[in-house]
Structure formats: structure tokens, C-alpha cells
Write a protein that binds this ligand. Structure first.
Ligand SMILES: [Zn+2]
Length: 455
């Protein structure tokens, strides 16, 4: 009941903010930021150190606070979190058991792990208030999906299928399991299919279940749309939801044509679940009363509106147990100028993905297939149990795989996991060379990208 109460409060607040216009949103954002920074200074030894030279007495400016990276935060996990009962050892022990997926850590927290596109696995602890915010934003700001979310009329009639990374505590599947326990409708009317299953098996399960709502990553939807075009997939979901990966407009149109259904997307991360939602006009709006996004260039300077950024700094205004303040998320984001035709007051963005991490491989028909890093990394992680690896595209049908400190057997396993997954994506016969080697750093940013195109 506690979760419902929190959820109800935040839903009411979210509706008021949306109706209040830009000045109300700005005031909420400022007030929440001020309190978050105060809290972080007091309760996180790491932030206390980082902000030691930032004066407390004058009005807070975001630009005065030093940005943080996943590597720096994870390296000092126990000093970063604000609950001294939450330690790296305890969280690691919790996530080591897949049976814990969807269950609370220390009776109240949710824990997400990430597949780590920077090569450093992340552990994300979400407190009950943050979870209430994510759930409420998902409910109050469905935008393009709003007709689905009329619980009274729709829950009973819809059948949800999620195709996602399931072999760990990934945000998508943890949230799915949490919602299933909160809403019995989900438990009855939903299935989860592992993204790493062969495409034929995914198709078989979809045909058996016949979902009305289908949710997955762009690359999976693209592969399913090909089956649909070919008449090899008969189920006809009415709504298709995409998340977790960047989806190109071409890919979206292809999937929409294949299924004759609307594709709706959102933008989220393990660091903040509902960063932006899509409106009826197909535009992404940032939930800026609860999250701050700062598109910046390679040197960390603000990028003008309308230009794609090198990366984006994220501030999560909802989660207190593990503060993310000016956190380098790594995505390329463009702020869109002007107001949206839908009339919503929340700022618009476009996601450009992690540009150098989006592979474009030629299939047997000579068509370029975009391959995004998330599902590819997951396939290797789950298939071979390795995290320190890199996949570099060195040709139109050629990849090079590096695994740090791998034995010949582990290397072969990782290579096979990659080849099998690619075959499942309609890309059989891609040449893969593999070596046990140190990871290569980006010559400019020094980042260890997990998946990237040779530049
Ligand atoms: Zn809009």
C-alpha cells in the first residue's frame, strides 16, 4: 500500500506540473536540485569531497558543480551512496542471484545492472521515492501511448509481450517484474521473451501468445518487421513500444509499415528510467521537473540548441540513495528549439544515439542494417560471461572482437555468441576476428567504448 500511496502523490504532482507551464516546471526543478545537492553534500562522502570548494552560500548554479563519470563513481561506490547499509559487496551479492530480479534489496530498494557500453558495469540503486516517480511519470505522461493506459478499460483487454535482456538485473525486466507484482493484470496478460533467444524462437512465442502490445529494442523490432513483411509472422500487435536503443526514423517507418501499427518510443536509462516521453506528434519531451539533461561537447561545454552533443550530463532529481548529479551519460542528444504542436510545456530533444557506436553492417542483399550496441553487448555478456570486451567494426561485413585477459576457450565462446546473435539479426556470415588483448581507448575522449566503428 505504501508504494500505491507514493505513486498517487507523485501522479498528482506530475499532472499539476504539466498543467502549470514552463515557470512552474522551472521552479520545481530548481527547488529539487537545491535540496538534492544539499543532501548529497551531507550524506555522500564522495560528493562532500567533490563539492568542498563549491561555495554554499550563493545561489546554486549547475555549472559550478564538477561533472562525474561512471568509472569515478563506481570506483568509490561505498562513499558515493548515502545509506551506509548499502555497500558494493552487498549489492554485488544481491545481483549475483538471478532469482532476486524484481525483488527489493534490503526490503526497499530496486537494483539495476547495466550492460555497460563504457566497459564498466554499473550498479544502480533506486530508492522508493525514485521508483514512485518513475512509475508515476510512466502513468501520467504516456503521451502517444495514453489510450493504452486507461487501466479500467484496457488492462483486461491487452496482452503485453516484452522482448528484452533478461539474464540479469536490467532496468527493463526488473521494472516489468515490479509492475507485475503491483498490478495483477500484468501477471496474467504479459510475457517476457529473452532478447538473446534465436529469432525463430521469438517468433514462435509471439505467434503462440498473440500480443496486442509489443515492446522491444529497435534492432529486434526491425528483425521482426522483416519477418512480418515476408509473411512469416502473423501476429498483429496494435501498438509497438521501443526503448533501450536508438531507433532511426527509417527503421521506425519500416516497422510501422510492416505491422500497420504505431511505434511509440521513450528515452530512459538505468540512471533515470523515464528521461523523456513521446507525445502524439512523435516528439520526445524531457520530464524536466524530475531530470535535468545538459547536452555538452567533448570538453564539457554546453552545446547550442539544435546541435547534436558529444555527450549529455544527467541529473536525477528523484533518487537520494545514489545521487547522480551532472553525470556523463554518453549519449548524443539534440535540444529542439521552439514549442511543440501538442502544447506540452516540457522541452523537446532528439536522440542521436552514440554515433560512433552504431554499427552498419551489410546483409546478404547488400542492405545496410544498423546494429546498436545494447543488444549486441548483452548477447556477448550473457553468452560468454565477459564484460571487458570491445567490438570494432573494421569493414562493411567485418568485425574485430577484443576480450581482455581471455583464455582461448572464453575467446571462442564470446566469438560464437556474437556470430550466433548476428545470424539471428539477419546478418549471418559476418567475418569476425577475435583476440585476447587490452581494450583500446578512444584517441580523443580516452573512453573505452564497448562497440564502435573504426574511425
Ligand atoms: Zn509534443
Amino acid at each position: 500500500m505504501d508504494a500505491w500511496w507514493r505513486w498517487g502523490n507523485v501522479v498528482a504532482d506530475a499532472i499539476l506540473a504539466g498543467n502549470g507551464g514552463p515557470s512552474v516546471i522551472e521552479r520545481l526543478q530548481k527547488d529539487r536540485l537545491r535540496r538534492l545537492v544539499q543532501w548529497a553534500r551531507r550524506a555522500s562522502p564522495l560528493y562532500a569531497e567533490l563539492y568542498a570548494d563549491v561555495p554554499e552560500h550563493r545561489p546554486l548554479r549547475l555549472a559550478d558543480l564538477p561533472p562525474v563519470t561512471r568509472a569515478a563513481l563506481m570506483a568509490r561506490f561505498d562513499d558515493w551512496v548515502t545509506d551506509r547499509e548499502v555497500t558494493l559487496d552487498r549489492v554485488n551479492a544481491f545481483v549475483a542471484d538471478p532469482r532476486h530480479v524484481g525483488h527489493p534489496f534490503r526490503d526497499k530498494y530496486a537494483v539495476f545492472t547495466s550492460s555497460g557500453t563504457t566497459g564498466i558495469p554499473g550498479l544502480f540503486v533506486q530508492d522508493p521515492d525514485a521508483l514512485a516517480v518513475y512509475d508515476a511519470l510512466g502513468t501520467a505522461r504516456m503521451g502517444a501511448l495514453a489510450p493504452l493506459w486507461d487501466w479500467r478499460t484496457s488492462m483486461g483487454g491487452h496482452r503485453f509481450a516484452l522482448i528484452a535482456a533478461t539474464g540479469g538485473h536490467f532496468a527493463g525486466v526488473v521494472t516489468w517484474e515490479r509492475l507485475r507484482s503491483l498490478h495483477p493484470g500484468f501477471a496474467k496478460n504479459g510475457i517476457v521473451i529473452p532478447v538473446t533467444a534465436p529469432l525463430d524462437e521469438i517468433v514462435r512465442q509471439l505467434e503462440a501468445f498473440r500480443p496486442t502490445v509489443l515492446a522491444s529494442y529497435a534492432t529486434v523490432l526491425r528483425a521482426l518487421a522483416e519477418r512480418k513483411h515476408a509473411g512469416e509472422l502473423l501476429c498483429s500487435p496494435r501498438t509497438i513500444w521501443t526503448g533501450g536503443e536508438w531507433m532511426s526514423p527509417q527503421c521506425r517507418r519500416y516497422v510501422e509499415r510492416a505491422f500497420g501499427a504505431r511505434v511509440a518510443g521513450d528515452y530512459g536509462a538505468s540512471e533515470f528510467m523515464n528521461i523523456a516521453f513521446e507525445c502524439e506528434k512523435g516528439e520526445l519531451h524531457v520530464n524536466s521537473d524530475w531530470v535535468i539533461l545538459e547536452p555538452v561537447d567533448e570538453r564539457g561545454a554546453a552545446v547550442p540548441v539544435g546541435e547534436p552533443s558529444a555527450t549529455v550530463l544527467l541529473t536525477n532529481l528523484a533518487n537520494r540513495v545514489q545521487p547522480f548529479i551532472r553525470y556523463d551519460l554518453g549519449d548524443s542528444v539534440t535540444a529542439i528549439p521552439g514549442a511543440c504542436g501538442c502544447g506540452r510545456p516540457f522541452p523537446r530533444i532528439r536522440i542521436d544515439g552514440r554515433r560512433d557506436e552504431i554499427l552498419r553492417l551489410l546483409d546478404a542483399d547488400g542492405e545496410r542494417i544498423p546494429v546498436l550496441p545494447l543488444a549486441l553487448s548483452t548477447a556477448i555478456e550473457e553468452g560468454a560471461g565477459v564484460h571487458r570486451f570491445q567490438v570494432e567494426q573494421v569493414g562493411l561485413r567485418r568485425l574485430h572482437l577484443r576480450v581482455e585477459g581471455a583464455s582461448a576457450a572464453v575467446l571462442a565462446k564470446a566469438r560464437k555468441a556474437l556470430a550466433d546473435w548476428l545470424a539471428g539479426q539477419g546478418l549471418p556470415g559476418i567475418a569476425i576476428t577475435a583476440q585476447a588483448a587490452r581494450l583500446a581507448a578512444h584517441p580523443v575522449s580516452g573512453k573505452f567504448r564497448q562497440v564502435y566503428r573504426k574511425s
